[in-house]
Design a protein around this ligand. Structure first.
Ligand SMILES: [Zn+2]
Length: 125
């Protein structure tokens, strides 16, 4: 199958390597892409694992899993990566009522012990 992150690669050659822990995402953008794919699959555990340990209490694995499940994740667009730690993206999905939705966010990532983590996001628009 094509990778849900819209890289044009197959899932096996793309985000699956990160989801299975075979590799760590080498950049904030790669982590962002793998997290979008983790919503599409969905894989709540991966979403939790890639959240900065100090921020995990703000999230819940079951909620992340459910959010992934109830929506249809249609497209990811990386708008820009203004620096090493930030990724601006647009995530397109169809909600449970069949309405198309756009989530536009500037996310902050942090590298800790050679691994990238999601810290927080600022919603845009
Ligand atoms: Zn991918």
């Amino acid at each position: 199958m094509n990778c849900p992150c819209c890289s044009g690669k197959s899932y096996e050659e793309c985000c699956k390597l990160f989801h299975t822990g075979e590799k760590y995402a080498p950049t904030a953008e790669a982590l962002m892409r793998s997290r979008f794919s983790a919503f599409a699959i969905p894989n709540g555990e991966y979403l939790m694992e890639t959240t900065l340990p100090g921020k995990r209490k703000l999230h819940n694995k079951e909620d992340l899993q459910e959010w992934g499940e109830i929506n249809q994740w249609t497209k990811l667009e990386i708008v820009q990566t203004p620096d090493l730690n930030h990724v601006e993206f647009k995530a397109y999905y169809t909600d449970e009522d069949g309405k198309p939705q756009l989530h536009h966010e500037l996310s902050l990532f942090e590298k800790l012990n050679e691994r990238w983590y999601y810290v927080s996001g600022e919603f845009l628009d």
